[in-house]
Ligand binder design. Structure first.
Ligand code: PDD
Length: 283
């Protein structure tokens, strides 16, 4: 059984228990991060800890650990769970208190961290691309906070799955926001477009990586709203996340995206992404 970290202790996953009065359980009152690990080392840890801090500020929970403490906890877990390629999940909730919508006074946040073997991205997703469907974005108005309250995202992803798709691309007021668990991009005439950061979408750490790689490679990229019509008329569509890296979408709403094959701009970008992973592991 894997080792997990819960409120100051490293313990076996089957022994880790939290109170039924934890506000994470009763209200979904907490935030989280998912950090990819390659060959025993976190990828873009600083970015993830920075976003954790912003999410905590967004829900008014004091960060219970310094970044040095987070790094130490995370690295200890990775090592105890055998290194290699893993995915670290960490969450902070407001803590344990009698049920009341109002914030409790002086409650200690609950901290839980686990690491699991990284789920392999099927080769077919990279060779043939994935299928997506568009769905109305039914989520709340603070999607920039990485809140554990994921019922809407879960409903959307499940609906996509039941329709044979790997992701739902979300439409709000006629424009694309992001995926149910990913950021989204289109390519038109060799230019990459992605919606700008706002309260409508999560500021993805992989998105930051895509932006900096495109810049480094001299590929034009604009952060601007993408209409539903532009989405359907794109040369390429991609999604990105820490667990799925950057994947090409080749079927949207049962229609092929352009040629129906992963496009050349994605091919260039993903090669740079793999190169960056190598560089960071050697560094
Ligand atoms: N989710 N948007 C949403 C709604 C997400 O849930 C995620 C990632 C992203 C991409 O963010 P990043 O590149 O930092 O992983 C965008 C994670 C992987 C999850 O919930 O499991």
């Amino acid at each position: 059984m894997a080792t997990v970290y819960l409120n100051g202790e490293y313990t076996s996953a089957d022994h880790a228990k939290v109170s039924v009065f934890d506000r994470g359980f009763l209200f979904g009152d907490g935030v989280y991060e998912v950090i990819p690990v390659y060959e025993g080392r976190c990828f873009e840890l600083e970015g993830h800890l920075g976003r954790l801090q912003r999410s905590l500020e967004g829900v008014r929970i004091t960060n219970p650990q310094t970044n040095a403490e987070w790094s130490a906890i995370i690295q200890t877990l990775i090592d105890q769970n055998g290194g290699g390629d893993q995915s670290v999940y960490l969450q902070v909730t407001r803590g344990v208190a009698p049920r009341d919508h109002l914030f409790p006074a002086n409650t200690t946040p609950s901290v839980f961290v686990m690491s699991n073997p990284m789920q392999l991205i099927p080769d077919a997703f990279k060779l043939q691309g994935i299928k997506c469907i568009t769905l109305p974005d039914i989520r709340w108005q603070r999607c920039d906070i990485k809140a554990i309250t994921l019922l809407a995202n879960s409903l959307l992803k499940q609906q996509a799955h039941e329709q044979g798709a790997q992701e739902a691309l979300l439409i709000k007021d006629g424009h694309l926001t992001e995926g149910a668990a990913s950021n989204a991009y289109i390519v038109k005439n060799d230019v990459i477009y992605t919606p700008p950061k706002s309260s409508e979408l999560l500021p993805g750490i992989t998105r930051d990586v895509v932006l900096s790689l495109a810049k480094r490679a001299g590929i034009e990229l604009h952060q601007q709203l993408i209409t539903e019509a532009e989405l359907h008329d794109a040369d390429e569509i991609w999604i990105s996340s820490s667990t799925r890296e950057v994947l090409p979408v080749t079927v949207l709403d049962d229609h092929p995206v352009a040629s129906g094959q992963p496009g050349p701009v994605w091919q260039a970008l993903i090669a740079l992404y793999q190169q960056l992973k190598q560089e960071q592991n050697l560094g």
